[in-house]
Design a protein around this ligand. Sequence first.
Ligand code: FES
Ligand code: FES
Length: 183
Amino acid sequence: MSDGRSAPAVAEAAALQTRGPDAVPVELSINGVTHEVRIEPRVSLLDALRERLDLTGTKKGCDQGTCGACTVWVDGRRVLACLTLAMVCEGHEVTTIEGLASGEELHPMQRAFLDHDAFQCGYCTAGQIMSAVALLEEGHASSDAEIAEWMSGNICRCAAYPNIRAAVREVRDGQRGGASAAG
Ligand code: FES
Ligand code: FES
């Protein structure tokens, strides 16, 4: 008895089901470099980055979507790598903290975090910076309250929040001021 799906739809569903549960080749584009890894479909993007690709700048805090330490970008949008399957990132561009600097030159947000002592232990910092840069792109940094709200998914156990906000403000205001901002 037919379930109402067309033959192509049934074939497509069958093809999807044939990947896994054992390890399968997955092609990931990370920081502009294409990598092929063999992973089980259940592997998170966070574990693929850290355990398979030695990209350990992205940190594992809670591994359940509550701390923000694992924040990366997929196609320029911030996501939690612990809640994202690596496999679904095929065909998309992943950016991690390792991809933010231009060679030896730090991203302005990385420089601002250093200048404002926006960390203590540093465990949350990669996620904070990835989130902070995206925050500015999203236009969600008009006030301290808005910065706090839109960064609320990034927890800092060292409570460096005032310094983090100062770093975000500096980069925001530098962007507004353009080339006249102090270097
Ligand atoms: Fe992903 Fe905590 S490790 S949100
Ligand atoms: Fe320690 Fe944020 S600097 S958790």
